[in-house]
Design a protein around this ligand. Structure first.
Ligand code: ADP
Length: 544
């Protein structure tokens, strides 16, 4: 082997910032804040404030390898930390404020963080948790005027105003940069420590035309949380591509999003389906259009076909679905058209792009295997466990002694899916949500997808509950739109012609659908709530 004769410049996050400040200096960044007016600056401003924040952290004794936690919404100050902390070789742990107190404490302590930077909205939460946060030496409120009642809280603005910007140090691109925890629906949350190299490669890939297709003309508004898997890498991808960046804080309701889309000219946004259900409801109620919005990247849980179709046909907004997880940084597959599909006509494009989680992307290999670990045919029908590998996929969890991979170096995602000959993946379930009825799998996602298109249905959730004969049977939980008249009969009549006969739910119940800390349907809660529903029903029927 001959060694290549090219420069060996490390892929560092500070390199992204330096590039944005040089090449896209005056491209705007706009941020909504809690209790403060809209903030407006540009990549040059971001670069100098991030460099001041880095100096400030160093003056507090934070050094390479140390950990710093944030508890913050999608704001420009949080964005600054995405560069300031890893820029000096320290690790930014983005704590998820929607976790339970127990889990927030667990993750901050497990990270070993020495500084906690928090938004004013979390002042009370931080005061409550403080006695249990072992290693935090400094509490910094991300505000112009701190509101915290805690005596030794320092204000971010005052601290950085006193700091001179630093020159970013160079170090190994494999250094840890951002630490994200899974939401721990089973057991303690697990930490995934992204490296500079993985973050940079992932952000470059996210912008590609087969993925988010970003250009310098785009205005991105990330509506997935910055603390959740770095909002799909958008903070970094935006800076690489020179996109205008609009941060909506915690205001993800329809009218608030619409206000920013209209006033800032947002062209692309993304988030979990629940947010876009609220946005669609707003558009329908107000009669407004989606303005400049051209693309939506929706993922985190399955996108109902009806949602993608409504966005496209009624509002001219193209929806591309994304699948991924904290362990994949999180970009896995993205549903964008291919020439092969286009050759079969628009209907074929729609049928695939609106119903698949996405297609293979460079940088993340994917295979579907059966229970014995044998690769299954890529025929769009054979479903099995999804395994992945690549430079932005986890190797081992934070502070774990053992690898998270199988003997061939693949990571088991815990998702069940099919792959087809065009390279598109379709998730049928999460392995822990799988419904096994008489030994056969029922796809909860497929049923939800059809039910969500029934008029009046806001959210549809399907869980497997115990059945004395079949072991498990699907139960459908419907949360209707406030004023809609939906009945079990109308939903079942809608389902009947559209799903396999033996998948028809054994019961339909009306209930508010609970969500997890990452905005997904909390199937664990629903399964527990309705565990005995079918037994109770059959007992009632027997007693009548
Ligand atoms: P958490 O476990 O904290 O919710 P993640 O965000 O890492 O954390 O969740 C990843 C999981 O979300 C995936 O393994 C998959 O089950 C689900 N998921 C993500 N995107 C999609 C999608 N487009 N369709 C269906 N499921 C999805």
């Amino acid at each position: 082997m001959q060694t290549g004769l090219m420069q060996n410049a490390p892929l560092l996050i500070s390199g992204i910032l330096a590039h944005a400040a040089r090449a896209h200096a005056d491209r705007e960044i706009v941020s909504r804040l809690v209790g403060e007016p809209l903030w407006r600056y540009d990549y040059a401003g971001l670069a100098s404030r991030a460099a001041q924040a880095a100096t400030m952290l160093r003056s507090l004794g934070i050094d390479a390898g140390d950990c710093v936690s944030s508890l913050a919404w999608n704001t420009h100050r949080h964005y600054e930390l995405f560069f300031a902390v890893p820029g000096i070789g320290a690790v930014l742990h983005t704590a998820n404020p929607r976790l339970s107190d127990e889990q927030i404490v667990y993750t901050i302590n497990h990270a070993g963080s020495q500084v906690l930077l928090f938004d004013s909205s979390f002042a009370e939460c931080v005061a409550r948790l403080r006695p249990r946060l072992d290693k935090i030496r400094h509490f910094i409120e991300l505000a112009a005027q701190p509101v915290s009642a805690m005596a030794d809280v320092q204000g971010y603005e005052r601290l950085i105003a006193a700091a001179m910007p630093l020159d970013w140090p160079q170090f190994d691109e494999n250094a840890g940069a951002v630490l994200c925890y899974t939401s721990g629906t089973t057991g303690d949350p697990k930490g995934v420590l992204y490296s500079h190299r993985s973050v940079v490669l992932h952000a470059m890939a996210a912008g590609l035309s087969g993925a988010f297709g970003l250009s310098a003309f785009d205005c991105i508004m990330p509506c997935s949380s910055l603390y959740h898997g770095t909002a799909w890498g958008l903070p970094y991808a935006a800076a690489i591509n020179g996109c205008k960046f609009v941060l909506p804080c915690d205001r993800m309701d329809g009218p608030s999003l619409q206000e920013l889309i209209q006033s800032e000219g947002v062209t692309i946004s993304g988030g979990v389906p629940t947010i876009w259900t609220m946005y669609l409801t707003h558009l329908e109620r107000s009669g407004e259009d989606a303005g400049t919005l051209a693309r939506l990247v929706i993922g985190g849980s399955a996108v109902p076909r009806a949602m993608a179709e409504t966005f496209q046909t009624r509002y001219g907004v193209a929806v591309c679905q994304l699948w991924g997880m904290t362990e994949t940084s999180p970009l896995g597959v993205v549903a964008t058209p291919t020439p092969r599909l286009a050759g079969r006509g628009q209907q074929a494009v729609n049928d695939t792009v609106w119903t698949r989680q996405g297609r293979l992307q460079f940088g993340i290999e994917l295979r579907v295997v059966d229970e014995k670990g044998r690769e299954m045919p890529r025929d769009g029908v054979s479903a099995g466990r999804v395994k992945v590998r690549g430079p932005w996929t986890v190797e081992r969890y934070y502070r774990s002694e053992t690898s998270a991979l199988d003997e061939d170096g693949w990571f088991d995602t815990g998702d069940i899916a099919t792959l087809d000959a065009d390279g598109f993946m379709r998730i049928t379930d999460r392995s822990k949500d799988v419904i096994k009825s008489g030994g056969e799998w029922v796809s909860s996602i497929d049923i939800e997808n059809v039910a969500a298109a029934c008029p009046g249905v806001k959210v549809a959730a399907v869980v497997g509950v115990f059945h004395p004969k079949w072991e498990g049977r699907p139960l459908l939980v419907i949360e209707p739109h406030g004023d809609a008249e939906v009945t079990a009969e109308s939903v079942l009549a809608h389902l009947e012609p559209n799903i396999v006969k033996w998948w028809m739910p054994d019961a339909v119940v009306f209930d508010a659908v609970p969500l997890t800390a990452t905005g997904k349907i909390d199937k664990k809660v629903l399964r527990e709530r309705y565990r005995d529903h079918l037994i109770d029903k059959s007992l009632n029927a027997a007693n009548q």
